[in-house]
Design a binder for this molecule. Structure first.
Ligand SMILES: [Ca+2]
Length: 202
């Protein structure tokens, strides 16, 4: 769903980030900073994530999460919200309707791996478009998708689903790089907290 330039930049970022990532132990949350409690802090000179291609109207304020606010003609800000747990959550706030999202760091997973996603979401006036979790990366952008509640206003609600990592057309190595995006195409606000991605044991 992203533009070619963005995809190429993402691929370059994936290659750099993926090279150093260790294989995930079973049961571990593969999403870093899952409760959005850690701030991104000053930009580091060698930072490979959250810079440039994923920045919206500002840099992502959350460590380990990128943010894009300008897709599909949209203009969305990212703000700190009162957390469902802890102190903070991520809030995507619409200025002009289009598409915006936050994106995990690169995750390495073997094709065929069954993964369970869970997250808590809240919406304020999120009408006029859908919100969803989109799985992207080496198997293709949108290789799986989990819909968020199709209603404009709701309090914290868990959304969960399972996905299976496909085999990319160009397989390279025994693990592939995947990314978890959480998108809004709606007006209003989408609040996000307490997300997890774990390997489902066969
Ligand atoms: Ca939190």
């Amino acid at each position: 769903m992203r533009t070619l330039g963005v995809v190429l930049a993402a691929a370059a970022a994936c290659a750099l980030a993926g090279a150093a990532a260790p294989p995930p132990p079973p049961g571990q949350n593969l999403l870093q900073n899952p409760s959005f409690e850690d701030r991104s802090g000053p930009r580091q000179p060698d930072e490979k994530w959250g810079t440039g291609f994923l920045d919206g109207v500002s840099r992502s304020p959350f460590a380990h999460w990128g943010y894009g606010g300008f897709w599909d003609g949209g203009d969305y800000d990212i703000k700190l919200g009162k957390g469902r747990t802890g102190n903070l959550c991520a809030r995507l706030v619409c200025r002009t309707k289009g598409r915006a999202g936050i994106c995990s760091q690169v995750i390495l997973a073997a094709p065929g791996t069954r993964l369970r996603f869970s997250g808590f979401f809240k919406a304020v006036g999120a009408r006029g478009g859908v919100c969803f979790v989109n799985f992207e990366g080496a198997p293709g952008d949108g290789w799986a998708r989990i819909a968020l509640p199709d209603k404009p206003d709701y309090d914290w609600q868990e959304v969960a689903g399972e996905v299976t990592v496909p085999t990319p057309k160009k397989a390279a190595g025994d693990k592939v790089e995947i990314l978890v995006f959480i998108y809004t195409k709606a007006y209003g606000e989408l609040w996000i907290d307490d997300v997890s991605l774990t390997v489902v044991q066969p």
